[in-house]
Write a protein that binds this ligand. Structure first.
Ligand SMILES: [Zn+2]
Length: 382
C-alpha cells in the first residue's frame, strides 16, 4: 500500500512536470533583431494572428518583425525594446490562445478639415477630422510634406493609445503660416495596434505669395526659358565653375549672388530686358561707380541688372527685348560685365539685405532677400 502510494506520487510528480513543460512561455528562446530559426517563425505566426502584422513567416527577425514586436509591446504594457523574452512570449501566447484580435483593421478618417487647397503666404489653416479604428491607434502623423514628399517642419506625430483621435489636437503645432510659397501635400498617416499603417489623407495644396504667381522654381524656369530673351547678345566668358558663377566664393560669409555676363573690354555693350516689367529699384552706385536696376515682371519675379549705366528710373516701364542700358567698367579693376540676379518674387523688402541668413530656394549666404534663386539656367536663353 505504502509502495503503491509512493509510485502514484512519483507518477503524479512526473505528470505535473510534463504538463507544466507543455505550456510555459520560456519554452521559446529569447529572440531579437538578427535572430533566425524556428522560434522566429513561431513569433511571426503569432504576430500575424494576434495583430494582423502581415509578416512573411520566414524565420528571419528583420525590421518588419521588429516593428511588429514593438507595436505589440506598446499595446500590451510591456517594455518597448523589440526583444522577445519570457514576458513578451507569455503575453503573445496568452493573446494567441484566446484567439482574439483577428478582425481586419477598419482604420479610417471621418469628414473634417484637411483640404487646404490654395493658401496665401502667411495665412493659417485649421485642421480637424477623427481618425478611427477597431484597434487602438498607436501613431498618427499629421502635417505638411514638400513637393518631393519630404517632411517640412510642420509635421507632428501623436501616440493616442485609443481607438479614436481628432487631428485638431495637433492643430496648434502645425503652422501653415510659416510655409514658404510653393507646392505641398497635407497628409495624415496612421498606424493601429493591428500593425496596419494607412495614408488616410494626401491632399495637394499651394501657398501663394500675394506679390508672385510663382509657386515653384522649376515651373518658373520653364516659363522663362520659353518666353524671355537674352540680356547680353555679345560673346561672354564662361560662367559655370568659375568666379562668375552663382554661389562662387567671395568672402567667408558671402557667396556670389548672381551670374556675370563678362564681356572682355566690353564697356558700352548693350543690355536688354529679358522680359517686360516695371522698374522697382534704381541704385546709382551699386558697385564701384556702376548702377543697377531691378525690373519686376507680371508674374512677380524680379531680374536685377547690375554693373551697368542706365537712364531708367523707379516706375519706368520696359518691354521685352528693349535695351535698358550698357555694361559699364567698374572703377575697382575695370571689369566689364552684366552682374545679373534673379528673385522669384515670393518675399517682400529690399533685395540687398546684409542681415538675412535665410533663403527659400538656394543654400549658402548671399546677403540678399530670401527669395533669391540661381539664375544660371538663363544662360540657355535663345
Ligand atoms: Zn557678379
Amino acid at each position: 500500500m505504502k509502495k503503491t502510494l509512493r509510485i502514484l506520487t512519483v507518477c503524479l510528480l512526473i505528470a505535473t512536470m510534463v504538463i507544466g513543460m507543455a505550456v510555459p512561455a520560456f519554452a521559446y528562446s529569447t529572440v531579437a533583431k538578427g535572430s533566425a530559426g524556428k522560434d522566429v517563425k513561431t513569433l511571426q505566426t503569432m504576430l500575424n494572428s494576434v495583430q494582423n502584422a502581415g509578416l512573411v513567416v520566414d524565420g528571419m527577425f528583420g525590421n518588419a518583425t521588429l516593428s511588429a514586436v514593438k507595436t505589440f509591446q506598446r499595446n500590451n504594457g510591456l517594455d518597448v525594446d523589440g526583444i522577445v523574452g519570457p514576458k513578451t512570449w507569455a503575453a503573445l501566447q496568452a493573446k494567441y490562445k484566446s484567439g482574439t484580435s483577428k478582425a481586419a483593421s477598419t482604420l479610417s478618417i471621418g469628414s473634417g478639415r484637411y483640404k487646404p487647397g490654395s493658401l496665401s503666404l502667411g495665412s493659417s489653416y485649421s485642421i480637424s477630422g477623427t481618425v478611427k479604428s477597431n484597434y487602438k491607434l498607436t501613431a498618427v502623423t499629421v502635417g505638411v510634406y514638400d513637393a518631393n514628399g519630404n517632411q517640412t517642419a510642420q509635421v507632428r506625430t501623436a501616440y493616442p493609445g485609443s481607438t479614436s483621435y481628432d487631428i485638431h489636437k495637433v492643430d496648434n503645432y502645425i503652422k501653415f503660416g510659416a510655409l514658404a510659397a510653393g507646392s505641398y501635400t497635407f497628409r495624415v498617416i496612421a498606424t493601429d495596434a493591428s500593425g496596419t499603417t494607412k495614408t488616410l489623407v494626401k491632399n495637394s495644396f499651394t501657398v501663394k505669395a500675394p506679390f508672385s504667381n510663382n509657386t515653384s522654381v522649376s515651373a518658373f524656369q520653364k516659363t522663362a526659358l520659353a518666353n524671355w530673351v537674352k540680356p547680353v547678345k555679345a560673346a561672354i566668358l564662361s560662367v559655370p565653375g568659375t568666379g562668375r558663377a552663382f554661389g562662387a566664393y567671395r568672402t567667408s560669409s558671402r557667396s556670389h549672388a548672381g551670374i556675370d555676363y563678362y564681356v572682355s573690354g566690353g564697356s558700352g555693350t548693350p543690355v536688354y530686358a529679358m522680359q517686360s516689367g516695371k522698374v522697382i529699384e534704381y541704385i546709382s552706385d551699386f558697385y564701384y561707380g556702376t548702377s543697377a536696376v531691378a525690373i519686376q515682371h507680371a508674374d512677380g519675379s524680379i531680374a536685377r541688372y547690375c554693373e551697368i549705366s542706365t537712364s531708367l528710373r523707379m516706375g519706368s516701364s520696359v518691354s521685352r527685348g528693349q535695351q535698358i542700358g550698357k555694361i559699364k567698367a567698374n572703377s575697382l579693376d575695370g571689369g566689364t560685365m552684366l552682374h545679373l540676379e534673379l528673385y522669384l518674387g515670393t518675399a517682400s523688402g529690399s533685395l540687398t539685405n546684409s542681415s538675412n541668413t535665410r533663403y527659400d530656394y538656394v543654400s549658402g549666404q548671399y546677403k540678399r532677400r530670401r527669395d533669391i534663386i540661381d539664375p544660371t539656367f538663363l544662360l540657355n536663353l535663345k
